[in-house]
Design a protein around this ligand. Structure first.
Ligand SMILES: NC(=O)c1ccc[n+]([C@@H]2O[C@H](COP(=O)([O-])OP(=O)(O)OC[C@H]3O[C@@H](n4cnc5c(N)ncnc54)[C@H](OP(=O)(O)O)[C@@H]3O)[C@@H](O)[C@H]2O)c1
Length: 226
């Protein structure tokens, strides 16, 4: 066998193992508009996805539409199964989830698209807005690597507005959260602009960083905000 052929084969093996290493097991807790849309995008991008809600038996159509990489499970199963957890629930569900899943998410990367609203989420939402949504997340689940993303883009735009040059803010502090969060944003079709979690309220609906922008616009806008 020629040296060139051997080198080409080694390259192919390296690419395949790299692709496998980049495949994540993503558990989506709250498989509604947002969780269903994002999970489907990630399953189609090659990740393994488990959709969950309090009624996993109702997720059959979603699993079918997301394809061979998707499955459904209970919230508890999802918390254990995924390497990465995505929370896409009404923020009022956070105290209950924190009790139900106490300790189960420790050490995992958790990406939250869940937004607090004082009207919809009552006192839980009001407190999170007042003290900062990232601080509230940490209070509910202290042992996780937090990422906040996809908070202020409508779920239908997650499919229709993705593509080259489309950027979204992503909030994370530690390197594991930043790396995996960025991969999830990219694999849903957007360019992540990474900012500290302390600024996460700015990426909530109605905040100065809401919506989809070009990477340049978003970087300029975020650097002008303090
Ligand atoms: N809609 C948007 O365009 C959009 C965009 C960005 C961010 N967000 C935010 O993303 C979150 C989800 O919004 P959505 O529009 O996807 O809502 P949705 O369609 O009503 O979906 C919410 C999901 O959460 C599940 N759920 C509710 N309480 C739960 C609990 N205690 N434990 C586990 N699962 C629970 C629901 O299923 P079961 O009732 O069967 O459990 C449902 O699957 C919200 O915080 C919202 O503000 C929304």
């Amino acid at each position: 066998m020629s040296r060139l052929l051997l080198l080409a084969m080694a390259g192919l093996i390296l690419c395949a193992s790299q692709a496998m290493a980049d495949t994540l097991k993503i558990s989506v807790i709250g498989a509604g508009n947002v969780g269903g849309t994002l999970g489907e995008l990630w399953a189609k991008a090659g990740h393994e996805v488990m959709f969950s809600s309090r009624h996993p038996e109702e997720l059959t159509d979603l699993v079918k539409s997301a394809g061979a990489n998707a499955r459904a499970g209970s919230v508890s199963d999802a918390a254990t199964w995924g390497d990465v957890i995505v929370l896409s629930v009404p923020y009022s569900a956070m105290p209950g989830l924190a009790k139900q899943l106490k300790g189960k998410l420790d050490g995992k990367v958790v990406l939250s698209a869940s937004n607090p609203f004082s009207g919809r989420d009552g006192e839980v939402g009001r407190q999170a807005l007042e003290h900062g949504v990232a601080a509230a997340d940490r209070q509910y689940f202290p042992g996780v690597h937090w990422v906040r993303a996809f908070n202020a883009i409508g779920y239908s735009s997650m499919k229709s507005q993705s593509g080259a040059g489309k950027a979204l803010p992503m909030f994370a502090d530690d390197s594991q959260a930043r790396d995996i969060g960025a991969q999830l944003v990219r694999d849903a079709g957007f360019t992540p602009v990474i900012l500290p979690l302390a600024q996460a309220n700015k990426g909530l609906p109605g905040g100065p960083l809401s919506g989809v922008r070009t990477e340049d616009e978003l970087r300029k806008l975020s650097s002008g905000l303090k």
